[in-house]
Design a binder for this molecule. Structure first.
Ligand SMILES: [Fe+2]
Ligand SMILES: [Fe+2]
Length: 294
C-alpha cells in the first residue's frame, strides 16, 4: 500500500483575480504587500510543480493521496473558481481514494467559508463516514472526514483553519465538537482495530505559537495520548520534517509542494508493522524519491 501526502501548493493568482474589490479588505491588502515583497516569486512555478506531481504519480502510482491544504493565497473568488479543479485532478490520480482538509489561505476571510463550501468541498472526495461530521461553528462543515484505506489503515481529516480578521493573526484552532467526534471515531472498533490511523489537519500539531500555530493543542494531545496506532500529518510550515510528539507519536509535516528550493511531499508504505516514509524531492525539473535514510 502506498500513500502520498502533500500540502501548501499556493497556486499563483488566476488572471484577473486581483481586480476583485474584495482585495481591498485590509487583511488582504497587507498580505498582498507582504506577498509581493517576500513570497510570490518562490511559488511562481506552483503549476509546474503540480504538473510534476502528476507526472510522478503516472510513473509511481499510489493507492491513496492525502492533502493538507493551502491551495491558494488570499481566498479571492477567482482563486476559488480556478484552483479547486487542478487539485481535485491530482487527488483523482490515487488508485483507490483521497482525502483533503482546508488550509488557512483557503479559509481566509469571512466569505471564504461560503466559497469553500461551494467551490472546493463539493469537488473534493466525500467522507466514508459522513454521519461522523459535526457542524462546527466557523468550519466549512464535513469534518471529521474519514477515508478507510484497506483493512489496515484509515485517514481522518479534521479542520483547524479559521477565518481571522487581523492580518497579523494566522493561528489555527481545533473545534471542541470536532475533537469530540474525533474521539468517538478513534474509539470506534472500525478505527481502533486498524494498525495505522493517520490523523491529518493543516496546522502543525506541535506548534502552539498564538499568532501562527495551533492555539489549542492540549485537548488534542490528551485525546490521542497512549494510542499506539496514531500517525499525525500536517502542512502550514513550508519545510518537510518528521518530529516525535508526546508518547512518541510520529508527526509528519509535508512542507510545501511548490516552494522553490524546498519542494516536497511524503510517500508512506506501511510494511510488516513499520511505516516506511520517503521524501519526494524536486530535482532536474521533476519529482523523485530520496533514497531511504537520506
Ligand atoms: Fe502555506
Ligand atoms: Fe498555512
Amino acid at each position: 500500500m502506498r500513500i502520498l501526502h502533500f500540502s501548501d501548493v499556493h497556486l499563483p493568482f488566476p488572471e484577473g483575480a486581483l481586480r476583485d474589490p474584495a482585495v481591498l479588505h485590509p487583511k488582504r491588502l497587507l498580505a498582498l504587500v507582504n506577498f509581493r515583497l517576500r513570497r510570490s516569486d518562490k511559488y511562481a512555478e506552483a503549476r509546474q510543480k503540480l504538473d510534476g506531481l502528476c507526472d510522478f504519480l503516472r510513473q509511481e502510482p499510489v493507492d491513496w493521496i492525502l492533502y493538507t491544504g493551502d491551495t491558494m493565497n488570499l481566498g479571492l473568488e477567482k482563486e476559488y473558481m480556478e484552483d479547486a479543479e487542478p487539485i481535485a485532478r491530482v487527488l483523482e490520480m490515487a488508485r483507490k481514494g483521497a482525502l483533503a482538509v482546508p488550509g488557512n489561505h483557503d479559509l481566509y476571510a469571512g466569505a471564504s467559508l461560503r466559497h469553500y463550501r461551494r467551490r472546493f468541498a463539493k469537488r473534493f472526495p466525500k467522507s466514508d463516514v459522513p454521519e461522523a461530521a459535526v457542524g462546527a461553528k466557523g468550519s466549512p462543515g464535513g469534518f471529521p472526514s474519514v477515508r478507510y484505506m484497506g483493512q489496515e489503515a484509515v485517514a481522518i481529516g479534521i479542520n483547524s483553519a479559521v477565518p481571522r480578521f487581523p492580518f497579523w493573526d494566522s493561528s489555527g484552532r481545533l473545534d471542541a465538537a470536532e475533537l469530540g467526534a474525533l474521539e468517538r471515531l478513534l474509539d470506534s472498533p472500525a478505527v481502533a482495530r486498524r494498525k495505522w490511523v493517520f490523523v491529518m489537519t493543516h496546522y502543525p500539531f506541535l506548534d502552539t505559537d498564538c499568532l501562527h500555530g495551533l492555539r489549542n493543542t492540549e485537548p488534542f494531545w490528551r485525546l490521542v495520548e497512549g494510542r499506539k496506532n496514531v500517525v499525525l500529518l500536517h502542512g502550514h510550515n513550508h519545510r518537510i520534517y518528521l518530529k516525535q510528539g508526546p508518547g512518541g507519536i510520529p508527526v509528519f509535516c509535508a512542507g510545501s509542494l511548490s516552494k522553490r528550493g524546498a519542494e516536497s511531499f511524503w510517500l508512506f508504505e506501511p510494511f510488516a508493522g513499520s511505516l516506511n516514509a520517503r521524501r519526494g524531492v524536486w530535482r532536474n525539473a521533476r519529482f523523485s524519491l530520496d533514497p531511504v535514510g537520506e
